[in-house]
Design a protein around this ligand. Structure first.
Ligand code: G3D
Ligand code: MG
Length: 210
């Protein structure tokens, strides 16, 4: 399997701002890459199915202090899902994107979310569930999604939040990002992650080629 694109924007070397890894997961076609580029460029973007993963670093402020987030957008197609666990280590928050208009794939999305939350490496990591494609007529509401995914039960041991949004129009996207920034668990060693990004990219590239 080849890696479609890797855009790693490194932070300022030597800076002391905390850096955290955020994992963006969800079925293929949920809108993960559209969301990533909306956040990065504050604009709509044309996407192609992600084979492999995309990585972007975004800077934000939390309690008035700078914080850098490395956002990993991992391909959601069946074959790629078996590699999701390779991305779990050092994750500070999980963003799970759902196509709220695709009722036919909700059970599949719920199963993948449940599998993901079972990971020991993601224990107690906060979950932000994005109810994407709210611009589509008939999309499930936040309340419907909470019930359908049984979130109160499956997230009993972690912080969680459901944000309605549309990665295409931008509705709810800034709110989603703000929520992620507030909820991420800051690592104890705030400098290690920065040096890890390139090595992790190389490791995962090698893993998914195997
Ligand atoms: P993925 O990375 O999760 O696989 P993409 O999904 O970001 O590639 O998006 C898949 C398709 O859904 C794209 O359409 C994209 O434009 C569309 N999409 C993403 N977010 C939204 C949204 O909020 N609303 C609507 N209506 N569409 C959205 P194409 O047609 O290019 O396949
Ligand atoms: Mg994609």
């Amino acid at each position: 399997m080849s890696v479609a694109s890797v855009h790693v924007v490194m932070g300022q070397r030597g800076s002391t701002q905390p850096e955290v890894r955020v994992l963006i997961l969800g079925l293929d076609n949920a809108g993960k890459s559209t969301l990533l580029y909306r956040l990065k460029h504050r604009a709509s973007a044309c996407t192609v199915p992600t084979i492999g993963f995309n990585v972007e670093m975004l800077e934000a402020r939390r309690n008035r202090k700078p914080i850098a987030l490395t956002l990993w957008d991992v391909g959601g197609q069946g074959k790629m899902r078996e590699h999701w666990p390779s991305f779990h280590a050092d994750t500070a928050a999980v963003v799970f994107v759902v196509d709220s208009s695709d009722r036919g794939r909700l059970n599949e999305a719920r199963r993948e979310l449940e599998n993901t939350l079972r990971s020991e490496q993601l224990r107690e990591r906060p979950l932000v569930l994005l109810a994407n494609k709210q611009d589509v007529c008939g999309a499930l509401t936040v309340t419907e999604l909470k019930d359908k995914f049984n979130l109160r039960k499956i997230c009993f041991d972690r912080d969680w939040f459901v944000q309605p949004c549309s990665a295409s129009t931008g509705f709810g996207v800034e709110e989603a990002f703000g929520r992620i920034v507030q909820m991420v668990k800051l690592p104890r060693d705030t400098t290690a992650m920065k040096d890890n990004v390139k090595e992790t990219v190389q490791y995962i590239r090698a893993t998914i080629r195997r």
